[in-house]
Design a protein around this ligand. Structure first.
Ligand code: 13P
Ligand code: SF4
Length: 341
């Protein structure tokens, strides 16, 4: 597709307004402008919606995405938005979750990318766990395949995990697959948590020492961590939650300096959207999330491959949907009991 110099310059300027805060130059933005122009044009023509998780690269987040968010928020948007086609810029299980919630929509992921948590457990493993712990309820973290969701009683996300575990009727809860999040739930809920040995390769690398060093170096810094980090890290931070809950905390807190113990994409979002806040310390990159490039988003619109389209066998989809629907119901139940929601 050909664009005029004027169109390219205007598009580069639009992107630069955000990306300059994450160290992109005007020239970098001029280079990607023809791509973002073409993607945004095709998106309109095809009535497609582009969703991007906060761990995506800034060119995707601010160049072409219609909505940014966490796994929970984006899947809800996917199911409620009238668009017929969803391009989900994130890992495969998030695309699957959107498809489970909106089976009538065409859902595509630009690149097929896994996740160390989702790959740590199969449907067969869940069946074996049930046999080993009869009577226990099974809560699966959203970072799982559709077939694992289909074998679980209820799903949860990092944004509502405490509510779901608490609202389950059983005292014994098999929590899969994130061992560290499960350990954190032992401290945050009254349930007896049975663990699985999965971890997130991005969050299991952070140590309490890293947090201590940053706190010494930057007095007054607020440290926020994703609940996929180990309990020793969570014990040292000011706030623990999902990616969106962390963003919310940053924008609503008066402090100026923050450390985000999570994937680097979230720090980029704060830099691009909260100009008055400073991010210090380290972050880690997720090799799965960062597999997607703008050119892949373009192919998913222009000449989608079979691999990019999310398909789930009907039987699995129906049972996986039950576990997601149960999540929404349990959350409502919990909120009603606590008198909010
Ligand atoms: P959120 O649900 O908090 O966006 O987290 C997803 C994820 O993959 C975290 O590592
Ligand atoms: Fe999976 Fe961790 Fe990457 Fe999230 S950050 S997609 S949990 S590997």
């Amino acid at each position: 597709m050909r664009f005029t110099q004027k169109q390219i310059a205007a598009e580069a300027e639009r992107i630069f307004a955000r990306l300059q805060h994450v160290k992109w130059t005007r020239e970098d933005c001029e280079l990607i402008a023809p791509l973002t122009l073409e993607i945004n044009l095709l998106k309109k023509e095809q009535d497609a919606l582009i969703l991007a998780h906060s761990y995506q690269t800034p060119d995707i987040m601010y160049g072409v995405a219609d909505f940014l968010g966490d796994s929970y928020g984006l899947s809800r948007i996917a199911s409620q938005h009238p668009a017929k086609k969803i391009i989900f810029c994130s890992v495969h299980f998030m695309g699957e979750t959107a498809k489970i919630l909106s089976p009538e929509k065409e859902v595509l992921v630009p690149t097929v990318a896994g996740c160390s948590l989702a790959e740590s457990i199969t449907a067969r493993d869940v069946k074996a766990l049930r046999r080993r712990h009869p009577g226990a309820g099974v809560v699966c973290y959203v970072n799982t395949s559709a077939s694992v969701k289909a074998e679980s009683d209820a799903c949860c996300t990092s944004a509502n995990v405490v509510k779901i575990v608490e609202a389950m009727p059983q005292k014994d809860i098999i929590f899969i697959p994130d061992k560290l999040m499960g350990q954190n739930m032992r401290g945050m809920t009254s349930k007896n948590i049975i663990l699985w040995n999965g971890t997130c390769i991005v969050h299991d690398h952070f140590t309490p020492e890293t947090v201590e060093e940053v706190k010494k170096l930057y007095p007054g810094v607020r440290v926020l961590a994703h609940t996929e980090c180990e309990p020793a890290v969570i014990g040292k931070v000011d706030m623990a939650g999902s990616t969106s809950q962390m963003l919310d905390y940053v924008s609503k807190t008066d402090a100026k300096t923050f450390m985000l113990v999570t994937e680097c994409g979230l720090s980029d979002r704060v830099r691009a959207e909260n100009r008055d806040k400073e991010i210090v310390g380290t972050c880690n990159l997720c090799p799965y999330m960062k597999k997607i490039a703008l050119k892949d988003v373009l192919t998913s619109l222009k000449e989608p491959s079979l691999k990019q389209a999310i398909t789930i066998p009907e039987g699995i989809l129906k049972r996986a949907k039950r576990s997601l629907d149960r999540m929404f119901a349990l959350e409502r139940e919990y909120d009603a009991k606590k008198g909010h929601g």
